[in-house]
Design a protein around this ligand. Structure first.
Ligand SMILES: Cc1cc2nc3c(=O)[nH]c(=O)nc-3n(C[C@H](O)[C@H](O)[C@H](O)COP(=O)(O)OP(=O)(O)OC[C@H]3O[C@@H](n4cnc5c(N)ncnc54)[C@H](O)[C@@H]3O)c2cc1C
Length: 311
């Protein structure tokens, strides 16, 4: 058994990568198969996700686009369809700033195949990343997208947007290594995308996990206290039972004895507006101390990066 401290990493470097690289990195957290990432692995990985309908993995690739329309009708039509999971701002009468994930754009077209802006966006993305759209009926009348032009807004330009728009359109991923009680609370925040290490797929008796279960050191007990000793004993007992069950059962069956203290990894991906909301709830004195343990330093790090939003 291993005991580690909780931690977090803001995935700044990942932000600079292409959509498939970002999606693969996040998707592999579920299986803890990051060791299989190499220079050619991203496209086959995301193609498989799209084919198999693992749509939540495709939420980890968000992009910001500018849609310019020759007439106002496509804009009215888009709003009439009440697009879901897209962040849209009007730049002027003919131009929209639209931020969304690969999944949101795919589903916008699936549910509204006759929508001009959705079709123009998917055609634009398809010309760069065809593997995301191979299973979509792109044959919809291409004439429908005539008069709508799509351009990409790069991350540097998104970071130059004024604060209210910047907060809506700038997405940020944070990887947390915390206990399962913390992730259970984190996933209550609805306008986020999450991918988490799966106890159904991960077999902690395997070599790559060190043949042991890892636990997060509880914030509540001093290391030389009686309570800590009792906690430690309980974890040892649970680990022994888990490893024993694995001799005859699957990880998903054996995990039923694993406790809240079990270490897990989760990537939380949200725009800065949602991060501000999460941090205001999860750093407050009313929040759970194990949550505050990671959220207070994260709030400080984000204040330094984006003072106009997090001060
Ligand atoms: C100190 C503390 C104690 C808690 N105790 C409990 C508890 O005892 N039991 C329990 O079940 N939960 C508890 N929670 C969880 C809490 O109820 C929320 O589920 C969680 O904090 C998510 O926050 P949220 O709903 O404000 O916003 P999020 O889900 O983060 O959503 C962000 C924003 O999106 C909008 N939004 C998202 N979904 C909707 C929607 N469906 N309709 C309208 N607007 C929406 C709202 O504007 C919202 O502010 C607790 C949370 C905290 C911080």
């Amino acid at each position: 058994m291993r005991i580690i401290a909780p931690s977090f990493t803001i995935l700044d470097e990942l932000d600079q990568q292409s959509l498939p690289v970002r999606i693969e990195y996040c998707g592999r957290i579920c299986y803890k198969s990051e060791n299989r990432i190499d220079s050619g692995s991203a496209i086959p990985f995301v193609r498989k996700m799209a084919e198999n309908g693992h749509n939540s993995v495709l939420e980890m690739g968000v992009t910001t686009l500018i849609a310019t329309c020759a007439t106002p009708e496509p804009i009215q039509a888009l709003f009439f369809r009440q697009p879901k999971f897209l962040h849209i701002d009007r730049l002027d009468d003919r131009q929209l700033l639209i931020t969304g994930s690969v999944r949101a754009f795919r589903e916008m077209l699936l549910f509204h195949p006759d929508d001009a802006i959705s079709l123009a966006i998917v055609r634009f993305l398809d010309s760069r990343h065809p593997y995301f759209f191979e299973t979509l009926p792109l044959a919809a009348d291409p004439e429908r997208a005539v008069g709508v032009t799509i351009e990409k807004m790069g991350l540097a330009a998104v970071d130059r947007l004024a604060p209210p728009m910047h907060a809506r359109h700038r997405f940020l991923a944070v990887r947390f290594i915390v206990n399962r009680a913390v992730t259970h609370e984190l996933v209550r925040h609805r306008p986020c995308t999450f991918l988490q290490e799966s106890q159904r797929y991960c077999r902690y008796s395997a070599d790559k996990f060190g043949n042991e279960v890892t636990f997060i050191k509880p914030v509540f007990f001093e290391e030389d206290s009686e309570e800590f000793a009792l906690w430690r004993q309980s974890m040892e007992m649970m680990e022994a039972r888990y490893l024993r069950l694995l001799e005859t059962s699957s990880p998903q069956a054996a995990r039923t004895v694993l406790p809240n203290s079990c270490k897990t990894e989760i990537i939380v991906y949200a725009n800065l507006l949602e991060w501000r909301h999460i941090l205001s709830l999860r750093t407050s004195p009313a929040a759970e101390p194990s949550m505050r343990e990671v959220m207070i330093p994260l709030a400080e790090a984000l204040r330094q990066r984006y003072p106009a939003i997090f001060s």
